[in-house]
Design a protein around this ligand. Structure first.
Ligand SMILES: Cc1ncc(COP(=O)(O)O)c(C=O)c1O
Length: 408
């Protein structure tokens, strides 16, 4: 019925990258990185560092936090956040509802924290009422931090950070609020100051449209104060060493200069588009993907529409279909990469990443290829059904569709 998979190894056209990070690096960002090596202690370099820090603050929507960058990735930034502000044996509360919140909890345990886990379904959001219950019961202030994965990339679920902040405030609890914004910052509404986030963590390779290689943190004044009292072992990730970067734009060790030029160009693009427009574009594109999933008669992993992520949709395949096959066919036959189902979701879901440098036509390509891969993998869906549903939505031109998590 179908033509055979190309045997030559030659792949024509472009690879369509629909994993939820690394995302497509726009051509101007790639070009900005194609520069000669330079003296990272030379007279001009400091201005590059200072400009990037100032503009990243806008992306985190903070005026008060200090931004810190490490050569590394989101995982390194998790570790920096923990080791700089907490103490061995500290109790922290966190929900486990997908692969990334699971890994973060494992890291916290490995670093010697006492992790008070709240296990919920993979597809649920952070259970704010249970967080509130645990905070309210903690009369002696043993809980030192609440960790929240803003956007669980494994399940395509966005949790309500403002509600977690309210829970802390309602309980008069002064635990630090840690937020993993690896797949939300720069693409889903994120408000460091308004939500009273103490440590926000992200990486360069998702909403920031750069290659992987930078772990990025925003650290509130309260978290900086906590770092003075923290006795956890750290060396490379010492926040204090970064005072130099904040004040002069120079790094305490050799920075990835090309990546920083790429980040500069990416930040320029976000500013040219306008952060609010970037966020509403993500909301609009994501809604088209969700409408396609509904038209196929399939379910998202997100348990409720209010939880659905604007950066990634995890799609449950029908009974009898192996999601790994959908991904394999997409890649081998159509040169299109979808995200896999991670850990316990392997074979059950495939993910369409829709973040970063993306537009309607690109999403329609993802949906058209997904339809072909789903059908070949055995799903009973009509060609064009999802594409048509997304087209109908995109053609309405809802450029100012309201953001999923409205400003409080
Ligand atoms: C929500 C979330 N947290 C953390 C990570 C880990 O980040 P990195 O792979 O940059 O170390 C990822 C990676 O995809 C993620 O999606």
């Amino acid at each position: 019925m179908h033509s055979s998979i190309p045997r030559t190894g030659l792949r024509t056209g472009t690879n369509h990258l629909f994993i939820p990070g690394p995302t497509n690096v726009p051509e101007p960002v790639r070009r900005a990185m194609n520069v000669a090596m330079e003296d990272q202690r030379g007279p001009e370099f400091g201005a590059l560092g200072l400009g990037i820090l100032a503009d990243l603050k806008r992306i985190f929507r903070t005026e008060t936090a200090r931004v810190i960058l490490y050569p590394g990735s989101g995982t390194g930034a998790w570790e920096a956040a923990i080791t700089n502000t907490l103490n061995p044996g500290d109790r922290v509360v966190m929900a486990r509802h997908g692969q990334f919140s699971t890994l973060w909890a494992e890291m916290a345990t490995r670093l010697g924290l006492e992790v008070d886990l709240i296990d919920v379904a993979w597809g649920a959001g952070v259970p704010v009422s249970e967080v509130t219950r645990r905070l309210a019961a903690d009369r002696k202030g043993a809980i030192k931090a609440v960790f929240v994965t803003h956007n669980e990339t494994a399940t395509g679920v966005t949790s309500d950070i403002a509600a977690v902040r309210r829970a802390l405030d309602d309980c008069f609890h002064d635990a630090l609020l840690f937020v993993d914004g690896v797949s939300s910052v720069g693409s889903i509404d994120f408000r460091m100051d308004d939500w009273g986030v103490d440590l926000a963590v992200t990486g360069s390779q998702k909403g920031l449209m750069c290659p992987a290689g930078l772990g990025i943190l925003a650290v509130s004044p309260k978290a900086l104060k906590a770092s003075d009292a923290s006795t956890m072992r750290r060396a490379y990730f010492e926040f204090r060493d970064f005072a130099m970067l904040a004040d002069t734009g120079y790094f305490p060790y050799t920075p990835p200069t090309q990546l920083l030029h790429g980040l500069r160009a990416a930040l320029d693009r976000i500013q040219a588009e306008g952060l609010d427009t970037v966020l509403s574009r993500h909301a609009r594109l994501a809604e088209g993907v969700r409408r396609a999933v509904a038209a196929w008669g399939l379910q998202t992993c997100a348990e409720h529409p209010s939880l659905a992520s604007n950066t990634v949709t995890a799609i449950r395949v029908p009974e009898g279909v192996d999601a790994r096959e959908v991904i394999r066919i997409g890649h081998q036959r159509y040169n299109t990469s979808f995200g896999s189902g991670l850990s316990r979701l392997a074979g059950k879901v495939f993910r369409i990443g829709h973040l970063g440098d993306l537009n309607e036509g690109m999403c329609l390509t993802a949906l058209a290829v997904a339809e072909m891969a789903l059908v070949e993998a055995g799903a009973d869906i009509d060609f064009g059904s999802g594409v048509a549903a997304a087209q109908a939505w995109y053609a309405q031109g809802h450029s100012t569709q309201s953001l999923k998590i409205a400003a409080e």
